[in-house]
Design a binder for this molecule. Sequence first.
Ligand code: HEM
Length: 202
Amino acid sequence: MKQAWLGLIGLLERHIRLLAHVGALLPLALLVFDALLGNLTVNPIQDATLRTGKAALVLLILSLACTPVSKWLGFRAALKVRRALGLYAFLYASIHFFIFAVLDYGLNLEYLARALLEKRFALAGLAAGLLLLALAVTSFKYWQRRLGKNWKRLHRLAYLAGLLAVVHYAWLVKSDLREPLAWGAGLAVLLAARLVKRRLLY
Ligand code: HEM
């Protein structure tokens, strides 16, 4: 049993990059596939918005899970895919925003500005999206070197982006809060795991 378990972990370690790329691109492939076959719901724009929003949130939480998984469970290979998962979260958030702004609002800037600034759920989404943009732009080695210690500080804002995304989700569902609350709880566990480890080490 232990042998099989170790074998599985070894396999995961060796193929973690491939697994992350395939897993992250799967929702996009399914979305394109379903759109081409006319398999989206009666409201295809809403369906595509919901799918891309969910993918962005899940990938952001997965990228935040990489450090605790490496430090607490000793699965160091997770660190190899942390940045890619964060960038995929940004990719889905961008597609999510594109669908909202271009397909839903026809890029009508007046309606768009009103929708973004008057609906609190959209404001929270916008703030999360802008943070993801800043993190994606500065995720490259060049910025890591330029910003030095501040790079780490800046990238801790990924937790704030996660919180804003959860708030965005909670504000738009109105009645059944179970799912956004579950993601919020997951995020809280990840943050606690990081803080506790920090205290023990330093
Ligand atoms: C300007 C930025 C954003 C806008 C305007 C926006 C807008 C929307 C809209 C219109 C919906 C669907 C509402 C409905 O029809 O029920 C939605 C759902 C959602 N969005 Fe966003 N969003 C933004 C940014 C983000 C970001 C950055 C994330 C995650 C990182 C995100 C995650 C979600 C999630 C998880 C859902 C719900 C999915 C579900 O119910 O399955 N959104 N968003």
